[in-house]
Unconditional design. Sequence first.
Length: 66
Amino acid sequence: MKYEMRLPPGVTERSVAAVIGKYELEIKQTDYGPVLYGEKEDLEKARDDIVKDINDRLKELESRKK
């Protein structure tokens, strides 16, 4: 069964492209913004990768402030 996962604002195109290729997901544009479409397990893995990427970017930005 296929599921949808809405993408929050701030997720980079690079991050989305990486998980689409890695987990064989589709991206669809809806009235409420982009969603990833695929198997539940793949979407969960993609979510983890996206969160890790966001956290890495935040750490990088914080280290630049010092």
